[in-house]
Write a protein that binds this ligand. Structure first.
Ligand code: ISE
Length: 357
């Protein structure tokens, strides 16, 4: 078949479809980054991890050694700039995200950045603006933020139910976010920024509107709380449309990873996160029991969501698109969390300070 025949429409024109795998650099190979390398290597099609970078060179070497063709690059900015890298996955500590995401935008490379997008709302807004400027020139977006719950089949189904009018107008959302345990340095501020931030994104995703105000209450703390911290917290979001979202965030339950979301609408309610896989009936003392398993942590609970998130990110990047939460969602999350931390300290209802889109 000649090029002329291809042009004449005998064959589809593949000029814009990259024939080769997306060559990905993974920056930061701690727990999350190493998981993503393994996922890209073993379960995701159309991508190849060609470089990893980490402040701990030994860890980077170990991870790279398990992936054929993967190099270790000491300098993450050099990895972003490398001509053999098409796209970047950022799983470094949050304080490095701003510089690394901006470098990706500067090089026109698609980037999936684990939350937080940056450490505060102003710098997140600067990323939004930098990407907008790139989009105005090229028509393409580059930035996706790692809010993986949007890809979880249960959340996707709940979103579709609401969007299809199946619950009527949604009025209330009840969220529970429970971790079995957290490390000793985990403060109440981190509960807002690292844990409640997911409920911020879930509320915005499900209700399709921004959060206007946040109140944080501190009930009596569990004796298992990190010393001096308020655990659990009760957080209330008010949305721009007058809906309310309550979040119980309890990070030292000693039980397992429990994330539940219930949406109450005018015409019914729906709940996800019940962990109702296998139901086991067992005899015993003092009596028979009925039980199901509980995921030990978020990597198990959201394993499928991470797989779908990465596959869709790779597929979209190869088409020159973004197919997930973007820089604006990262900015909105930072703005709401900033109000949340302020509310935690003051005990007062705090309005979210955010630019309009
Ligand atoms: C952690 O940082 C996460 O992102 C998890 O998804 C969350 O559930 C956990 O509470 C955080 O510590």
């Amino acid at each position: 078949m000649t090029t002329a025949e291809t042009r004449a429409g005998v064959l589809p024109d593949l000029a814009d479809v990259p024939a080769r795998d997306l060559r990905v650099a993974v920056l930061g190979v701690g727990m999350m980054g190493a998981d993503h390398v393994a996922r890209l290597y073993s379960r995701i099609s159309g991508a190849q991890v060609v470089a990893v970078s980490d402040a701990f060179a030994e860890k980077a070497e170990q991870v790279a050694a398990a992936v054929p063709g993967c190099r270790v690059m000491g300098d993450p900015l050099a990895a972003i700039a490398d001509d053999d890298v098409d796209a970047v996955l950022i799983a470094t500590p949050g304080q490095f995200h701003e510089e690394q995401v901006l470098a990706c935008i500067g090089r026109g490379k698609p980037v999936l950045c684990e939350k937080p997008l940056t450490m505060d709302a102003d710098s997140a807004l600067a990323v939004v603006r930098a990407e907008d400027e790139y989009t105005a020139r090229t028509g393409r977006r580059l930035v996706q933020v790692g809010f993986m719950r949007r890809f979880d089949p249960e959340y996707a189904e709940l979103k579709a139910l609401i969007a299809g009018g199946g619950l009527g107008e949604p009025l209330l959302v009840h969220c529970a976010h429970r971790n079995a345990a957290v490390p000793p340095h985990f403060t109440s501020e981190m509960m807002v920024n690292d844990s409640v931030v997911h409920e911020v994104d879930v509320a915005r995703f499900l209700l399709d509107e921004e959060i206007a105000a946040v109140t944080v209450l501190r009930p009596r703390a569990t004796r298992h709380a990190v010393a001096g911290q308020s655990d659990p917290l009760l957080v209330l979001f008010e949305t721009t449309g007058g809906r309310m979202v309550d979040v119980e965030c309890f990070v030292s339950t000693g039980v397992g990873y429990e994330v539940r979301t219930e949406v109450v609408g005018e015409d019914g309610s729906a709940m996800i996160g019940l962990d109702l896989g296998l139901v086991r009936l067992a005899g015993g003392t003092p009596g028979a029991t009925r039980s199901t398993g509980i995921a030990p942590d978020f990597r198990q609970r959201f394993g499928r969501a991470y797989d779908i998130e990465l596959q869709r990110w790779v597929d979209a990047a190869r088409r020159g698109e973004v197919d997930g939460p973007g820089a604006w969602d990262g900015y909105a999350a930072q703005a709401v969390c900033a109000a949340g931390v302020e509310a935690l300290h003051s005990g007062r209802r705090t309005e979210v300070r955010m630019e309009s889109r």
